[in-house]
Design a protein around this ligand. Structure first.
Ligand code: PLP
Length: 422
């Protein structure tokens, strides 16, 4: 297997690039392109890295559903023993449909509706990660109507800089997320006085694509200070939730491996009885997946040459949204001299690019794989330009499982109607 590739179960075989035991060319011919392909082996390895790093402390992993919400993916993590971090009622419905248990669900997000609160209370989730005073008061009211006490953690904003992209940095004082650190104690006192909520934990999530442990350790230390203040006031917590955020390698990033990332965090809580919770998304699925696409046209130009592919920004929004980098590799190696290409889709937007200035030896009709596309790929996709969303396939050894069929065009406007004739 080629060590340049960011996906551990990807490598070149006699039939070109293959994932686990299956050539990507075979997946393209069976299911068409564009198609997201996920490796169950890589998902399992990523999950086991958390499990193995957490054996010495009471701990639970809650996979962050928004990274990749496919039912096949969720069912795989549920069977591995994962819990789930959700940010909407829709994600809760998915988790249950995938065989997950509400008792292993935590509910994050700044804008939970009353309806979502009722749904989560009826299901019996493990914890609401509450992000404001108004939300706490509303949850108390809604829980009162359903005659259930809502288990809560306050999501505290520890005001640490995760040094990541501003769009995915969430733990600074000026972010919309969480309760300000210096207001948390007062809010906990309020929570303890409310009849329909039960103080159960504390939570934070400082950002995504973190490439070293220092910010999360700083956040952990701040949280511990608060936990000690709370217990001095008789508020004992049963869990401490450090959120997600561990980064992956897309290009030349060097994030710590999971054990090295977690070790200094675990040291902060050594000897404590609270369960430690983590909400990884990207680090469980990002480098288990790729987007497979076919080159429709090569368009040479004086300034730039374009490889126009059948995937677009509606399938993989990260390059257009964050200027994110995804490795692009040819599925079938050729001896031709590599040329530099802009990798672009068919959408009518100049922002519709997937990669800039890549050296590739390719011809029209060839397949390309965009690596590290397992997280925030399909979940951020859209139907812009009335493009049906890509199919999704999970590979397990030499087995292929179509876990989402390509959308039929008619389904894209099935909920629409013509105006009546006048
Ligand atoms: C998005 C999110 C996560 C997952 O973040 P990753 O960077 O994908 O690990 C975890 N917790 C919360 C509250 C989130 O919003």
């Amino acid at each position: 297997m080629n060590s340049e590739l960011t996906i551990p179960t990807l490598g070149y075989g006699t039939a070109g690039l293959q994932i686990e035991g299956v050539p990507l060319a075979e997946i393209a011919s069976r299911f068409g392109t564009p198609v997201f392909v996920y490796s169950l082996g890589a998902m399992t390895a990523a999950f086991n890295a958390y499990r193995n790093a957490l054996t010495r402390h009471k701990a639970q992993v809650f996979y962050a559903v928004k990274a990749n919400a496919n039912l096949g993916v969720l069912s795989a993590f549920a069977r591995m023993g994962s819990g789930f971090d959700i940010v909407s009622g829709g994600e809760l419905t998915r988790v249950i449909a995938a065989g997950g248990h509400a008792s292993k669900v935590v509910f994050s997000g700044v804008g939970k509706s009353s309806q979502e609160m009722r749904q989560a209370l009826d299901a019996g989730i493990r914890c609401f990660n509450v992000e404001s005073r108004s939300e706490l008061e509303r949850l108390n009211r809604v829980a009162g109507e359903t005659c259930k006490a809502a288990p809560i953690a306050l999501r505290v904003n520890p005001d640490v800089d995760p040094k990541t992209h501003p769009y995915i940095s969430t733990g600074l004082r000026n972010n919309k997320f969480g309760v300000a650190f210096n207001e948390a104690l007062a809010l906990y006192r309020l929570a303890a006085s409310l009849p329909n909520v039960k103080v159960s934990g504390i939570a934070c999530h400082i950002g995504s694509q973190l490439v070293d442990s220092a910010p999360i350790v700083e956040a952990a230390e701040k949280l511990l200070g608060l936990v000690n203040q709370l217990s001095a006031e008789g508020m004992a917590l049963d869990h401490i939730d450090l959120g997600g955020g561990l980064g992956i390698r897309y290009q030349d990033e060097t994030p710590p491996d999971t054990a090295d990332y977690l070790a200094p965090v675990l040291r902060v809580f050594e000897g404590r009885h609270e369960e430690l919770c983590f909400e990884p998304g990207r680090s469980l699925i990002g480098n288990a997946g790729l987007l497979l696409t076919r080159i429709e046209y090569l368009k040479p130009g004086a300034e730039k040459s374009f490889a126009i592919v059948d995937a677009a920004m509606n399938d993989l929004a990260r390059p257009a949204l964050y200027d994110a980098y995804h490795e692009v590799v040819a599925v079938t190696p050729r001896d031709d001299k590599p040329q530099r290409y802009e990798i672009v889709g068919p959408i009518c937007e100049s922002g519709d690019f997937l990669a800039h200035d890549r050296a590739l030896a390719v011809r029209e009709g060839d397949l390309l794989a965009l690596l590290s596309a397992g997280a925030y790929g399909m979940t951020m996709s859209s139907n812009y330009n009335t493009r049906p969303r890509a199919a999704e396939v999970i590979v397990n050894g030499d087995q292929l499982h179509l876990v989402r069929a390509r959308e039929p065009i008619e389904s894209l406007f099935a909920l629409e109607s013509l105006l009546p004739e006048t």
